[in-house]
Ligand binder design. Structure first.
Ligand code: NI
Length: 172
């Protein structure tokens, strides 16, 4: 296993639609293990392959519900099969835009179809934080970042704040 470098906002790979995975092989499983390790190291709850510079449709999540129920999943070629009309607004962050958060509106519940790392078909019915995290990570596979879902003004302010934080972090 190995930690992978997390791509930051501005990186081209974050904006490219990721390629579907044709063969779910040992290379994919090794990538999944690295993605989990990288996500835990960065204290995130979700990570998409483009965020570690790999333009393939793979995501990992480990989301603990308020009920204490854990949702640790790795999904290959995930697809939103359906979603509720009901939406809510919650704060979101992203390991590729560290240190800032924005309020994003998303459907409350979703159904996701995917393959697991062994190649088996899986269907997940998710709500709350887990549903939100799934949508956020699937967005990454389409080159979409949470800031794209903010109003232009809010996006501008948030990115300005982020660039300031980045500049400060780069100072000796
Ligand atoms: Ni993200």
């Amino acid at each position: 296993m190995a930690l992978r470098r997390i791509e930051l906002y501005g990186s081209e790979v974050l904006r490219r639609p990721a390629d579907p995975v044709e063969n779910i092989d040992d290379e994919v499983r090794a990538l999944v293990r690295d993605m989990f390790e990288t996500m835990y190291d960065a204290k995130g709850i979700g990570l998409a392959a483009p965020q570690v510079g790999v333009s393939r449709r793979i995501i990992v999540l480990d989301v603990e519900e308020e009920s204490g129920e854990a949702n640790r999943v790795a999904l290959v070629n995930p697809r939103l099969a359906s979603w509720t009309a009901k939406k809510d607004k919650q704060a979101e962050g992203c390991l590729s835009i560290p240190g800032v958060e924005g309020i994003v509106q998303r459907p409350v519940s979703v159904v996701v179809d995917a393959r697991d790392p062994e190649g088996r078909g899986v269907r997940l019915e998710a709500e709350g934080l887990f549903a939100r995290a799934l949508q956020h990570e699937i967005d990454h596979l389409d080159g979409v970042l949470f800031v794209d879902r903010l109003s232009p003004l809010k996006r501008q302010l948030l990115l300005k704040k982020w660039r300031k934080l980045q500049a400060e972090a780069a100072e000796p």
